[in-house]
Design a protein around this ligand. Structure first.
Ligand code: G3P
Ligand code: MG
Length: 262
């Protein structure tokens, strides 16, 4: 199916790569997702203290590296000495924190599309968007569809729209904001991505009234993914891309917004 020139076939987005198989947000995790057959991956970007864009989800180093403390207080040189794989399994010892440039090159070479989630540390929204978009523009070939710039931070999306109006944006929601349509308009979002636990049948009915593709995160059970796709969700973010692809999920039929079911 297609909307705003964005297609999702299979309707699966590899969330932080394939963290069921390899440490999240590392090249190893993206390779596992590609080998499972995904066409889309998602990753999180924030800045080191000296402004290097790195693929990290948390504010702190502690969960996913051998280091401690805020990423925003750690230099790139310090970060390069950390182990980003041993926490996951001894077989991944020696894995390093991945800079944004690596996933950009990987996507371009593998013909994989990217949800680039801007996850700014407190007070660093503008710097994070600017650095991430400049880096992405440097590595992204014009012949390939651009990354989708995604964020919970509405200001980040507004800045992204000013810097690269031609790159699509995805508005993330981890709580049910009744003003979500206004927020989607304000940020000029092409896609809305919502936490799975918020997606009740009633809300899906409301969401189906918008022409924007609706995505759900994080969905690991094939049965739930199938239920959401039948309910009008366009694609799901998952930690287990292999399981969902092996389940042979069917994408939803294209919907004419003028003829949506009530
Ligand atoms: O983009 C969907 C998802 O990644 C948002 O939540 O916390 O996993 O980054 P989180
Ligand atoms: Mg994310």
């Amino acid at each position: 199916m297609a909307a705003n020139n964005i297609t999702f076939l299979p309707p699966v987005i590899a969330h932080r790569g394939m963290p069921k198989a390899a440490p999240e947000n590392t090249l190893e995790s993206f390779i596992a997702a590609r080998d499972a057959g995904v066409k889309w991956i998602e990753t999180d970007v924030k800045l080191t203290s000296d402004g290097v864009p790195v693929l990290m989800h948390d504010e702190l180093l502690d969960r996913t590296t051998s280091g401690h403390g805020p990423i925003a207080d750690t230099t790139w040189t310090q970060m390069q000495s950390l182990d980003a794989g041993r926490w996951f399994s001894p077989s991944f010892s020696g894995t390093r924190v991945t800079p944004l440039s690596k996933v950009l090159t990987f996507c371009a070479e593998s013909d994989i599309r990217l949800f680039l989630e801007i996850k700014p540390s407190p007070g660093r929204t503008q710097a994070t968007v600017m650095v991430a978009l400049i880096e992405a523009a440097k590595f992204w070939p014009e012949s390939i569809a651009p990354p989708v710039i995604s964020s919970f931070d509405r200001d980040a999306l507004i800045i992204a729209a000013q810097l690269r109006p031609d790159w699509p944006r995805s508005l993330l929601m981890d709580e049910w904001n009744k003003d979500w349509i206004d927020a989607a308009l304000l940020t000029q979002a092409s896609v809305v991505a919502i936490k799975d636990s918020l997606l009740t049948d009633d809300r899906l009915k409301t969401l189906r009234k918008t022409p924007l593709p609706i995505l759900a995160y994080t969905v690991n059970a094939p049965e739930r993914a199938s239920e959401l796709l039948s309910g009008g969700v366009t694609a799901v973010f998952t930690d287990d891309a292999q399981a969902l692809i092996e389940a042979g999920l069917e994408p939803p039929l294209p919907v004419d917004p003028g003829q949506k079911q009530e």
